[in-house]
Design a protein around this ligand. Structure first.
Ligand SMILES: NC(=O)c1ccc[n+]([C@@H]2O[C@H](COP(=O)([O-])OP(=O)(O)OC[C@H]3O[C@@H](n4cnc5c(N)ncnc54)[C@H](OP(=O)(O)O)[C@@H]3O)[C@@H](O)[C@H]2O)c1
Length: 322
């Protein structure tokens, strides 16, 4: 495993574990998954993973409970990151919700407490007042944000009066927006971009095609898995496979290596089983050559999926099986 080169109280592994899947029916993993989830966490620990990401929203608290129980006494050794869903993120609410998350996780302190997304009405001034007081009493280590643009991330830092260590955003080969400004900022200021959905929810694994889409509500709602987009992704997956073969690796591992090329990026893929966790952890060791990176970037650039409003009627048709 490799770790972020930044001054943090505990080392942060470049590959973390995302746990939205834990206790969340919408992934469609069924009742047996809860036991597997615990095995995934234990294996991640064995492999040197020190970053575990959850949220109060995932499974309405179940993900935090499952993660905390699986970590057991190792909780104190790793970076436990959770998120407040900012329905009314005024200071006293932020404080209460942190206490509730810590209780579900079974921790004395939350290593990284993130605002799940920017609230359009409540300014970060009041939210960060709550975060600052939580840091002052030691219940929260580092503060983070999620789904923030650069301006608002910097505003949040000014409001906190301290670093907002990380911004958790969608970042993968096919969602490259963070390369424009968030990643350069992280590199210049010593911050972290935490890539969520780094495998585009499994699209980049190459496991799925138009005749074999994934199950579960999350991916039924993701336009990348429209038959037409799976078809359009054929060349991109072929390029991933080609690079993967040269490294004796899998397309997913190469997709992770692509985002990890930036030193201040960490990725938090979810996993449906232990073997995926093992492969994802191993991806931290893969170094792409410049030519490979360029070929991957070109293939990613050439992939033009149908998204946004244009995807809506197609998704309805796919849902109705027409
Ligand atoms: N802050 C936010 O707003 C936000 C939003 C989304 C996610 N997140 C966080 O980011 C984490 C990861 O994002 P995500 O779960 O949306 O997407 P992801 O990590 O891109 O995809 C996860 C899925 O990809 C498949 N997969 C994982 N490893 C694989 C491997 N080695 N080989 C083949 N397939 C593999 C698995 O599904 P199958 O095996 O079923 O194909 C797995 O459930 C979440 O768990 C959550 O913690 C945060």
């Amino acid at each position: 495993m490799r770790y972020v080169r930044l001054d943090t109280p505990k080392p942060i592994s470049r590959i973390g574990l995302g746990t939205w899947q834990f206790g969340s029916r919408e992934w469609g993993y069924g009742p047996g998954y809860e036991r597997r989830a615990a095995e995934i966490v234990r294996r991640a620990l064995d492999l040197g993973v020190t970053l575990f990401d959850t949220a109060e929203l995932y499974g309405f608290g179940r993900s935090e409970r499952i993660l905390g129980a699986a970590l057991g006494d190792d909780r104190a050794k790793v970076v436990v990151a959770t998120k407040i869903f900012p329905l009314l993120p005024v200071a006293p609410v932020v404080q209460q919700r942190a206490v509730a998350s810590a209780a579900r996780l079974g921790v004395d302190g939350i290593d990284l407490y993130q605002v799940h997304q920017a609230n359009p009405v409540v300014a970060d001034t009041t939210t960060m007042r709550g975060m600052r007081s939580l840091q002052d009493v030691g219940l929260v280590g580092e503060v983070g944000v999620s789904n923030y643009g650069l301006r608002r991330w910097r505003f949040a830092e000014a409001a906190l009066g301290r670093r907002v260590l990380s911004n958790q955003v969608r970042y993968s080969m096919i969602d490259r927006g963070p390369e424009e400004d968030l990643i350069p900022y992280a590199e210049q200021a010593g911050r972290i971009v935490m890539a969520y959905s780094p495998l585009a929810q499994g699209f980049l694994s190459g496991r799925y095609d138009a005749t074999n889409p994934p199950a579960g509500a999350v991916r039924r709602a993701n336009p990348y898995f429209l038959p037409e987009n799976l078809e359009r992704g054929t060349q991109l997956i072929a390029t991933l496979r080609e690079v993967a073969d040269a490294h004796d690796a899998t397309p997913s591992q190469i997709a992770l290596a692509y985002v990890l090329r930036h030193p201040n990026v960490v990725a938090i893929p979810g996993a449906s089983g232990v073997e995926q966790m093992e492969r994802n952890a191993a991806a931290a060791e893969i170094d792409l050559t410049d030519d490979e990176y360029a070929a991957l970037a070109a293939a990613a650039h050439a992939f033009r999926p149908v998204t946004g409003l244009a995807a809506v009627p197609r998704m309805v048709r796919a849902r109705l099986g027409r």
